[in-house]
Design a protein around this ligand. Structure first.
Ligand SMILES: *[C@@H]1O[C@H](CO)[C@@H](O)[C@H](O)[C@H]1NC(C)=O
Ligand SMILES: *[C@@H]1O[C@H](CO)[C@@H](O)[C@H](O)[C@H]1NC(C)=O
Ligand SMILES: *[C@@H]1O[C@H](CO)[C@@H](O)[C@H](O)[C@H]1NC(C)=O
Length: 422
């Protein structure tokens, strides 16, 4: 399983086992750098490695672990001594595949180094890449905003995917309230944005923002984690879905849930019947819905949706649900409307008009059709109400999440109708 074990001077005493028992981040970084892809760096059990800067993964399939893979307190400890400077992230590795962080302890020593507003998480890994594993790792006392951050990477290319974050013991993370400068001192347990991943079997104790904060993370299973509130510091919630993220479209959530998202980035689910939210800080918004209303990302939603002739024929309903809270809907009053749903009162960005008179509703007797002849038409009871007059030329209908919101293109790809000119 381990392709290569690299060792350094000072650990050569035993031929069978080589591990790092002293040094700092430079000791580890030089091994990763010279070893390249697949390099395994093992720390000795019970070693305490004090670092003044970040340990950096540099290539695919590198591993940092404690030799023998213990799961108890004999796991090597990596501890930050920032020496009065701004160092905050202890371990970093982005846009790499197959990185493994196993069976170690990571301590940001907030008490000794001080809280750092704008500081990074103890561990910042993920980004683009496939197959990250963080397992049996303890992470506590970050100077910055999170004990463990799994980064999303790009939205459409270089997406982080297939991370495994299991059996870690996380916390304490952060403190309640703000400092004298009004900066929030709280920190997440696990901040998670990678897609199609697993977050399972983790024990999170004493997080002061969200225990597990899900930044969209479509396709990810979050299951069998144990979250315990701090006995000394209030938190914001147990499992929190933040809308402030690349993948965190809330467009597929029920409208009531969207309103809650919009009220607070710290929207949390608090199941009826649980004891009062004593351990929650003041920014908390209480939801009364069932849990399946709470986690509702489907993204990453597309930025455009395209139809060919005869490709679209529908009764009133959602036409296109696009990234960044753009919803294109064909209403029961025969109006085709582009809404920006990012604020509580949806902003209509464009509308076809030609609604039924006197507030009438046509239900399913209205139709929106991109016809075989390339014309986009609304019909009420079979009567054409509105059209793009692109018959004979239209070959492609595009709904977009930026203006112009709707376009009809001809065979050569030239825009022959758009909401910019309609
Ligand atoms: C730490 O960051 C602050 C704010 O960015 C900066 O003013 C200060 O010079 C930094 N200190 C060190 C030691 O780098
Ligand atoms: C997911 O990641 C694991 C762990 O690195 C790896 O063994 C597996 O092959 C990956 N699966 C896919 C489909 O890439
Ligand atoms: C949607 O509205 C918000 C403000 O409510 C604005 O910041 C955002 O840019 C709008 N989106 C688009 C695509 O115009």
């Amino acid at each position: 399983m381990i392709s290569r074990i690299l060792w350094i001077a000072g650990c050569i005493a035993s031929a069978a086992a080589s591990c790092i028992s002293q040094g700092d981040q430079r000791t580890i970084n030089s091994v990763f750098k010279s070893g390249g892809a697949g390099t395994v760096v093992q720390l000795c059990p019970t070693a305490v490695i004090t670092i003044t800067g970040t340990i950096q993964f540099t290539a695919d399939h590198q591993e940092l672990s404690t030799q023998g893979y213990p799961t108890d307190n004999t796991r090597a400890i990596i501890k930050l001594n920032a020496q009065g400077g701004n160092a905050s992230t202890l371990i970093s590795g982005s846009y790499l595949s197959g990185i493994r962080l196993l069976n170690i302890q990571v301590d940001g020593d907030r008490a000794g180094n001080g809280f750092l507003s704008g500081g990074g998480a103890n561990i910042e890994v993920g980004g683009g890449g496939n197959g990250l594993v963080v397992s049996h790792v303890a992470s506590r006392n970050p100077r910055g905003w999170s004990c463990l951050h799994i980064i999303e990477g790009g939205i459409s290319s270089n997406v982080c995917t297939n991370a495994t974050v299991t059996n870690n013991d996380i916390g304490p993370c952060g403190q309640e309230g703000t400092n004298a400068a009004g900066q929030g001192r709280w920190a997440d347990g696990i901040s998670f944005a990678c897609t199609h991943s697993l977050v399972s079997g983790n024990k999170i104790t004493g997080s002061t923002d969200g225990g597990i904060v899900i930044f969209g993370a479509p396709g990810t299973r979050v299951t069998k984690n144990t979250l315990t509130s701090s006995s000394t510091n209030k938190g914001f919630g147990a499992i929190v879905h933040s809308p402030n993220a690349a993948f965190a479209d809330d467009a597929s959530c029920p409208y009531a849930t969207q309103l809650l998202f919009n009220q607070s980035p710290h929207f949390s689910y608090w199941k009826a019947g649980l004891k009062s939210p004593y351990s929650l800080q003041s920014g908390f918004v209480q939801a009364i819905q069932e849990p399946y209303y709470f986690i509702c990302p489907t993204g990453p939603l597309p930025s455009t949706q395209t139809f060919g002739p005869n490709g679209l024929s529908m009764a009133p309903g959602t036409v296109a649900q696009l990234h960044d809270n753009i919803l294109i809907t064909y209403q029961t009053d025969n109006n085709l409307v582009v809404y920006n749903t990012s604020s509580a009162s949806w902003i209509p960005e464009w509308a076809s008009g030609h609604t039924l008179p006197n507030g009438a509703s046509c239900g399913r007797t209205c139709d929106l059709v991109f016809q075989g002849d390339g014309n986009l038409v609304t019909y009420a009871n079979g009567k054409a109400m509105w059209e793009t007059y692109t018959n004979g030329k239209g070959k492609k209908l595009v709904f977009r999440n930026r203006a112009p919101w709707i376009e009809v293109l001809d065979a050569s790809g030239t825009v022959i109708w758009s909401t910019a000119s309609a």
